[in-house]
Design a protein around this ligand. Structure first.
Ligand code: ZN
Length: 242
């Protein structure tokens, strides 16, 4: 069965910053789309902040099984009513993958119920993304982990609730570690947070990173019908005799 995927990107750095544009000339959402759509079972579209309704109209959201989210400097520009619609659909069963600086997005904060703070430093140091759960479907084909020559450092303590599944743990040359691949069950939906992806480095061109994101897209895809969980069912007649 096909999975309908929407890749959402803030898409301002790639327009405003020459060094980022050089890495992602069409925006990182297009790079992510192009490797995801190599998969036969994934139907991929994109949406960006400056489109009408941030590209997330009811029609788009209602036809999205998995949403990917990359945002950074403009989280505050994302409309609260759209944020609530996204969160409501995740609670109802849609999968979501929050990438890198999306840790501070309204969507991630609302779904985790936390402030999601962390330590950070950008000097382009080496990062090792260690696999800590090798039998997890998201880690399939990754082996011991992924080595990134240059990445922004994200360090603990990461202000999130304990994840339901910890798949990756990153180490940085400066000494910090970070829970970099976390799965959360959000009512009927699944959410995966994945740390790599600073805009100034070609992280989403790395084939191993692409493999993780592809695996994760399939893992968080709904396994049950997506419904509105903001309503209760009145059960007038008990199942058993009382
Ligand atoms: Zn960054």
């Amino acid at each position: 069965m096909s999975i309908n995927v929407t890749v959402w990107n803030e898409f301002r750095h790639e327009i405003e910053m020459e060094n980022v544009k050089a890495i992602y000339p069409n925006g990182m959402h297009m790079t992510i789309k192009s490797f995801l759509e190599k998969e036969e079972d994934l139907i991929v579209r994109t949406a960006t902040l400056d489109e009408k309704d941030h590209g997330l109209t009811d029609d788009v959201l209602n036809n999205t099984d998995v949403l990917l989210w990359w945002g950074h400097a403009n989280h505050g520009d994302v409309r609260d009513d759209i944020v609530e619609k996204v969160c409501q659909r995740v609670r109802g069963g849609m999968g979501i993958i929050v990438l890198h600086s999306g840790h501070f997005s309204k969507v991630f904060k609302r779904l985790t119920g936390s402030n999601c703070g962390l330590k950070w430093r950008d000097i382009g140091e080496k990062c090792r993304v260690w696999t800590v759960k090798p039998n997890h479907p998201i880690a399939k084909g990754i082996g011991d982990g992924i080595e990134l020559e240059h990445e922004e450092m994200y360090g603990e303590p990461f202000g999130i609730p304990d994840p339901d599944e910890l798949v990756f743990l990153s180490w940085f040359k400066g000494g910090e570690v970070f829970r970099s691949g976390c799965v959360f069950n959000i009512e009927r939906g699944k959410m995966f947070y994945f740390q790599p992806g600073h805009e100034a480095y070609p992280i989403y061109h790395n084939e191993m990173i692409q493999k993780v994101i592809t695996n994760a897209t399939k893992y968080v895809a709904p396994t049950c019908e997506i419904i509105d969980t903001n309503v209760g069912d009145w059960i007038k007649k008990p199942l058993e005799e009382i």
